[in-house]
Design a protein around this ligand. Structure first.
Ligand SMILES: Cc1cc2nc3c(=O)[nH]c(=O)nc-3n(C[C@H](O)[C@H](O)[C@H](O)COP(=O)(O)OP(=O)(O)OC[C@H]3O[C@@H](n4cnc5c(N)ncnc54)[C@H](O)[C@@H]3O)c2cc1C
Length: 394
C-alpha cells in the first residue's frame, strides 16, 4: 500500500495539537493531524476548562494570525488575588493582590473557554490548504529511520513524515512508541472544572481561595447575557470531588458559594462539571529519532497559576522557531528543541508539584507555612517580582 507523505504528522487534537497544526501550516509545512475524534466545539459537550493565556502564548497566536479571531471571546485578567482561608465554612486569614507594577501595561492574561478556542482553531485549520485533518483514527505505531518516520494509524492508514509531533495527551502513544519513559506523581486529588454566574462583577480579578484540599480558583469570563460569569477550578481529595460532581445543581451551587468565601455573592452553576485527576508527569526526554513531544505528552502539572497549556505553547514556539525547511525533524532540529525546553519544563513540573503538596495540606504547620509563604512572596519586592516573572511565562 502506498504511504502518503507529509512534512509533519501531529498526533492529538487538544488545544496543543490544533495550535501546532495551525502554526506549522502557516510556516509553510504540510501537516496531517490525526486524532480518535474531532474536538467538540459547543458549550455543553466541549472542554469545560478555560485557559488564561500569558504573553508568550498570545505572541504565538498573533504570529500565526489566530489571535484576532480568539480575542473577541477573551476576558482580560488585570489582577490575581490570593486569599488564604482555614476551617469550614472557610474563614479568611489574609489576602494579597498581584498586578502589573507599571500603570497602563497590558493585562496579566486573557482567559477563554477551551471549547471556544477549539472552535476558532478548527475554523482556521479547515481553511488551510496544506492541512489534512484525519478524524476517527489515532497514532498506533511507527518505525523511525534517519530521514523519516513510517507511521501507522489505528485505522490502518500508513504515512511517511519527516517529523512526528506527539501532542496526544498524558497517556501519549507517541511517547510510548518512541521508547520515552515518564516520571509520574499522583496526589490523590481531582479538579472540578465548571462555570458559574454571580451577582457581583469579577472586576477582571482572578482569585485563588486556599483551604485544605487545594485551591478554589475563580477566573473571569465574558458576561453571559449581561450576567457576570467566571470559570472555576476546584481541587479536592478524589472522593470529595466525586461527591461534589454528583450533587444536584442547587446543592452544588450552595457548596461552591461557601467554598468561595462568598467573594462574588451566591454562585449559580452554569455548565456541566468535568473532573480531572491531578498528577505531575515529566517525560524523561522531549525527543527521539524524528519525534518531538509537546504539551501533556511531555509534562502535566496541577492546574495552579495557569501554567499547563502556557508551558505547552512555549514548547510549540521553541519547536517552531528551531525548525528550518532543510532540517525539519533532523537531529540538529530536535537537539535545539530539547536544549531550549528541557530545563524550563523540569523546573516548572518540580515547582508546581511542590507548591501543590504544601498548599493542599490541612496540617497546622503546613497551613502556617502557606500563610507565611504568601506574605513573603507578596511583601518582599524582589521575591514578588521573581515569582510574577516566572508565573507570566518568563
Ligand atoms: C481543571 C484544569 C484547568 C486548567 N487551566 C489551565 C489554565 O488556565 N492555563 C493553562 O495554561 N493550562 C491550564 N490547564 C492545563 C491545560 O488545560 C492542559 O495542559 C491542556 O488542555 C492539555 O492539552 P493537550 O493538547 O496537551 O492534551 P489534551 O487536551 O488531553 O489532548 C490530547 C489529544 O490527544 C488525542 N489522543 C489521545 N490518544 C491519541 C492517539 N493515540 N493518537 C492521536 N491522538 C490521540 C485526544 O483525543 C486529544 O485530542 C488546566 C488543566 C485542568 C485539568
Amino acid at each position: 500500500m502506498a504511504r502518503k507523505s507529509t512534512d509533519i504528522l501531529i498526533a492529538g487534537a487538544g488545544i496543543a495539537g490544533l495550535t501546532a497544526a495551525a502554526c506549522f501550516a502557516q510556516a509553510g509545512y504540510s501537516v496531517t493531524l490525526a486524532a480518535p475524534s474531532a474536538p467538540r466545539r459547543d458549550k455543553t459537550q466541549g472542554d469545560q476548562r478555560s485557559t488564561a493565556f500569558l504573553d508568550p502564548a498570545i505572541a504565538l497566536f498573533s504570529e500565526a494570525g489566530l489571535w484576532a479571531d480568539l480575542v473577541p471571546h477573551a476576558q482580560p485578567l488585570q489582577e490575581l488575588h490570593i486569599t488564604d482561608t482555614v476551617g469550614w465554612p472557610p474563614q479568611i486569614r489574609d489576602s494579597r493582590a498581584f498586578a502589573s507594577e507599571a500603570p497602563g501595561t497590558p493585562p496579566l492574561a486573557q482567559n477563554l473557554m477551551n471549547w471556544r478556542i477549539a472552535d476558532v482553531l478548527l475554523n482556521a485549520l479547515e481553511l488551510l490548504p496544506n492541512v489534512t485533518l484525519h478524524w476517527g483514527a489515532g497514532f498506533a505505531s511507527m518505525v523511525t529511520r534517519e530521514r523519516e518516520a513510517l507511521v501507522q494509524l489505528t485505522d490502518g492508514t500508513g504515512l511517511r513524515a519527516r517529523l512526528v509531533i506527539g501532542a496526544d495527551g498524558r497517556e501519549s502513544a507517541v511517547r510510548e512508541a518512541a521508547g520515552i519513559s515518564a516520571e509520574i506523581s499522583r496526589f490523590g486529588q481531582k479538579a472540578l472544572a465548571f462555570s458559574v454566574t454571580h451577582p457581583e462583577p469579577h472586576r477582571n480579578i482572578s482569585t485563588e481561595v486556599y483551604n485544605q484540599g487545594g485551591p478554589f480558583t475563580l477566573i473571569p469570563l465574558p458576561d453571559e447575557d449581561g450576567t457576570p460569569t467566571s470559570a472555576v477550578v476546584w481541587m479536592n481529595p478524589g472522593p470529595e470531588a466525586q461527591r461534589l460532581q454528583t450533587l444536584d445543581a442547587q446543592a452544588f451551587s450552595a457548596e461552591a458559594t461557601t467554598r468561595s468565601a462568598g467573594l462574588l455573592g451566591p454562585l449559580t452553576l452554569a455548565s456541566p462539571r468535568a473532573l480531572f485527576p491531578i498528577i505531575t508527569l515529566r517525560a524523561k526526554a522531549l525527543t527521539a529519532q524524528r519525534t518531538a513531544l509537546i504539551a501533556e505528552a511531555a509534562h502535566v502539572v496541577p492546574p495552579i497559576g495557569a501554567q499547563g497549556l502556557n508551558t505547552s505553547l512555549n514548547d510549540l514556539a521553541a519547536l517552531l522557531h528551531t525548525a528550518a525547511p532543510e532540517t525539519l525533524g533532523a537531529r540538529q532540529h530536535l537537539d535545539a528543541y530539547e536544549k531550549s525546553r528541557a530545563r524550563d519544563v523540569a523546573a516548572r513540573v518540580a515547582a508546581i508539584g511542590l507548591y501543590n503538596r504544601l498548599t493542599r495540606s490541612g496540617l497546622p504547620p503546613l497551613q502556617s507555612l502557606r500563610l507565611s509563604g504568601l506574605k513573603a512572596v507578596a511583601d518582599v519586592p524582589p521575591l514578588r517580582r521573581a515569582v510574577m516573572k516566572a508565573g507570566m511565562g518568563g
